[in-house]
Write a protein that binds this ligand. Sequence first.
Ligand SMILES: Nc1ncnc2c1ncn2[C@@H]1O[C@H](COP(=O)(O)OP(=O)(O)O)[C@@H](O)[C@H]1O
Ligand SMILES: [Mg+2]
Length: 358
Amino acid sequence: MTGIVLDGIGKTFDGTRIFDDLSLSIRSGELIVFVGPSGCGKSTLLRLIAGLETATEGRIEIDGRDVTQSEPHDRGLSMVFQSYALYPHMTVQQNIAFALHTERLPRDEISARVAEAARILKIEPYLDRKPKALSGGQRQRVAIGRAIVREPKAFLFDEPLSNLDAALRADTRVEIAELHKRLGATMLYVTHDQVEAMTLADRIVVLKAGRIMQIGTPHDLYTAPANTFVAQFIGSPRMNLLPCEQMDSTRIRLPGGSIEIPSLPCRPAQIGIRPEDLNLVAPTEGRLRGQVVLTEYLGADRCVHIDLGEVRVTLRDAGSSPKIARDGEEVGLAFDPRRAHYFDAAGDAINVISVEAA
Ligand SMILES: Nc1ncnc2c1ncn2[C@@H]1O[C@H](COP(=O)(O)OP(=O)(O)O)[C@@H](O)[C@H]1O
Ligand SMILES: [Mg+2]
């Protein structure tokens, strides 16, 4: 089993700094997802771990061994790319077996490994086809098969589902999750898609401009985001953020109303409320008051966009909700301030002082 340690990693490209002092410990058998907007350094980080780029500063350890200066093939990792990178003139069987021939493994060992990978990935019927005769999803499975047969210490995935359509992406995501459970292998997975991160990860690393914004389980990040960036990156529709102003020790003013707040160690500058934590009530009953702009009906859910004057918020409730929200209608919004998130002027989370713990 394989743990990976990044210690004080720095990377510059032509004088432009991408990472500075990035440290992280990945546990053996863990599926860790790096998520962040395009250009934040996800691929570069994966390529540094794979040995396809050299770190400007810092150390990389795989299985307790310093591999910072090692060649990619000495690191024992397999990488799967968005582009599949299959050899077009080779059959599926030859594509999957290629690296094993290069390693000069015995023929029956190669056949056994290819057969096992094909069985796991359900691509046995296509072994004699060329890549061009496969769908995108099948091609990506061949690329994963090529990684599996090498029996790597860890798998590195760089946006492997981005070229697939939505339905196939959802199916293949489940297959990758099952593969992780079945192989128990360490997997590092890069995506810009927070849904992939939430559904696949044991732990998520949220990156912004080369910096780690938070590391935690999907549940941690959703329920206790460390800052407004994570708060709005994880979850869809994204968390509502409202500016707030402290009136006295227990009350804050918000666009559309004022509320009693729980005990906080410092003054909040912004309050965050998840769309599903807002409830539609009569205009006189809510904590906030606003006007319906638009309702999006999604079937199981609906999203109601409400104008509070200075800002707009999104509320999510059941598509079957009997409370009709007509465009232009005055409505009240109820929510539990203990379920809200509070942030300081820098956007860092302020923890609510728990009454039970006090
Ligand atoms: N080979 C390179 N030379 C110069 N700059 C690069 C190179 N590779 C990546 N970059 C820059 O590094 C930053 C991070 O890129 P990348 O790791 O590809 O981001 P992501 O995968 O998160 O979209 C970007 O600003 C990109 O332009
Ligand atoms: Mg990338």
